[in-house]
Design a protein around this ligand. Structure first.
Ligand SMILES: [Zn+2]
Length: 98
């Protein structure tokens, strides 16, 4: 795959009967289709997959988690930086008052 995919969501298996009276599923079975359930603006969407897509989707999901963890680390570092800056300014202010 030329482009590296990044995906979030949950791998699920859709189980359904197709409704054709002559199909084997009419006798009690279900069709199983792998799918990715993901949310866009709070709305869950389903992307059905071919079995051979699953390793790609898993890798893309792992990539998403990695990027997210990196981003979260940056957020934590940024919060810590602002906190330290604020603490320094407070100390400096107290120093002036003394
Ligand atoms: Zn069927």
């Amino acid at each position: 795959m030329a482009r590296r995919l990044v995906l979030r969501g949950t791998l699920i298996v859709l189980r359904r009967r197709c409704g054709k009276p002559t199909c084997w599923c009419a006798r009690g079975g279900v069709h199983e289709t792998p799918a990715l359930a993901y949310k866009v603006a709070g709305v869950t969407k389903i992307l059905t997959l071919r079995p051979h897509d699953i390793p790609t989707v898993r890798a893309a999901h792992a990539r998403y988690q990695r990027v997210l963890r990196g981003l979260e680390r940056q957020v934590q570092t940024s919060v810590a930086t602002l906190r330290e800056r604020r603490a320094r300014e407070k100390t400096a202010g107290r120093g002036r008052r003394r």
